[in-house]
Design a protein around this ligand. Structure first.
Ligand code: ATP
Ligand code: MG
Length: 231
């Protein structure tokens, strides 16, 4: 049986429970063997927004993925020069894993912008595309989107979640649990020195609090206030 390898790219600034649960459900529902988390080094899509260093985002991912033997972390995009383009990462991973079937996970917000990505049609040849539900988007429009933007030859069986194509890889609408958590929300709370506990794994929460990550200069760190209230 060929390796069924999930690939989850993202900024992960920071990784949160929405990411982890979606990855776990993709493994489970699609019968994948492993999930490779690939943090972006130089995002082509977020110009002007100052993201945390690769090292800090990497450290939080290491903490978050520990304890799940099917979750793996890749520094691929940091090793590749220039902007991080998904198509290049997938080409690299398919060479590195000959014979493996690749499944690329993407939240529905990002999915509906894929037609703006570099060489996006190539991505639909290289990997199955697994569209993750988020509270703000509608999975019913997935077929419409790929038919219009990628190829008119996509077909779906009634009641099925797999959208097939005669030459390209399938697109899957994952019926995952919708979790209304975003890194933006985590950063907003942390900026004000407020708790992000239960939005991120406990060890990531600890790392953010200890290092005062995302904190605006005026706010007092959450860790300080906890220490005071414990006293
Ligand atoms: P930001 O708010 O900074 O954009 P984010 O929460 O969207 O952060 P990203 O690192 O941008 O996180 O996301 C990486 C991938 O994970 C994207 O494809 C995104 O759509 C998906 N994703 C993020 N949060 C969720 C969630 N709660 N449920 C399902 N997919 C998610
Ligand atoms: Mg995002």
């Amino acid at each position: 049986m060929p390796l069924r390898l999930g690939i989850f790219g993202g900024t992960f600034d920071p990784v949160h429970l929405g990411h982890l649960r979606a990855a776990e459900e993709a493994l489970d529902i699609l019968g994948l063997d492993e999930m490779l988390f690939v943090p972006v080094a130089v995002p082509p899509h977020k110009p002007g927004w100052k993201i945390l260093s690769f090292q800090s985002r990497w450290r939080m991912l290491q903490l978050a993925l520990a304890g799940n033997s099917r979750f793996r972390l890749s520094d691929l995009e940091q090793r590749m020069p220039g902007k991080s383009y998904t198509v290049h990462s997938l080409q690299h991973l398919s060479k590195e894993n000959p014979g493996a079937e690749l499944f690329f996970l993407v939240g529905c917000d990002a999915f509906f912008e894929m037609d703006t990505w570099y060489e996006f049609k190539e991505i639909f040849k290289l990997a199955g595309i697994v569209v993750l539900c988020r509270p703000e988007c509608c999975e019913n429009e997935v077929l419409q989107f790929v038919s219009k933007k990628v190829s008119e030859l996509y077909r779906i069986e009634p009641g099925n979640r797999e959208i097939r194509h005669p030459a390209l890889r399938s697109v899957y609408s994952l019926r995952n649990t919708r979790m209304d958590i975003s890194s933006t929300r985590v950063r907003e709370l942390a900026a004000e020195g407020r708790s992000v506990r239960y939005l991120v794994p406990d060890n990531v929460w600890g790392y953010i609090a200890e290092n005062g990550l995302y904190l605006k200069a005026v706010s007092r760190p959450y860790s300080e206030r906890v220490r005071e209230s414990d006293a």
